[in-house]
Design a protein around this ligand. Sequence first.
Ligand code: FES
Length: 281
Amino acid sequence: MNATLTIAIAVLAVLAAVVVLTAARRRESTGVLSRETRAREKAAREEAESRSPSGKAYESEAVAARSTALAVPTSVAVAPFSPPDPEVIGVSRRQFFNRATVTLMSAGLGGFGAAVLGFLWKGAEGGFGSKINAGKLDDIVAGIRSNKGFLYLPEARAWLTEFPKESLAKAESVYSSQAPVFAGMSSGIVALYQKCPHLGCRVPTCTTSQWFECPCHGSQFNRVGEKKGGPAPRGMDRFAVSINNGNVVIDTAAVFGGPAIGTNTTGQEAEGPHCVGAGGH
Ligand code: FES
């Protein structure tokens, strides 16, 4: 009994020792520093504080650094202004438009001037409005015949046709007041203005009827320009014709009015179907 009690007390003593040791170790592992550790940390903190500046010293250093960074130079040297070179910087937009406007206006005026000069030059050289050399009389007659009775002379704006010699006696009484026109008839040539005496259309020929037939309102004229039908107030207007050294000269400076309605010196009737009007196509 005594032996059992002794063993029990010994076991309890061992268990108590184990419990005390275990508690001590747990206290160390849960953050409770040992005295040596706390002493070591305090010594390290004091050493760090002795090396870092104090709060006042730190502020003084910061103020000094700020004043240095914001320091403004007392005097700054100003460089003199020199304008940029226009040739270097190129042409501005305003300059470009100004120059383009002047260039275009100059080109337009130049073109207009050249056209006026060309027009005057042509008139001086013998265009419409002056005397026009149509060529040799024989060539003109041959040209009329090879073109089925009509020869167009663009520079004179006129049709040339033959005037039959056998009709001259009758024509003389009609055209005596227009001596230059009758002189051309006497040479065998009539120069008829292409412009219709009604309202000014260009009158074409009709090779089937061998007349002039206006497509605008149907006026008709025989081959020498005497009115045969339609609303025209007279025969076709005409130009003076002269022969100079064998050449036919058409004077387009003056327009002679066509013969009155009813004039029919040649007696030519339509030689085939009409091109305009009831018989036209
Ligand atoms: S313009 Fe020729 S008939 Fe009227």
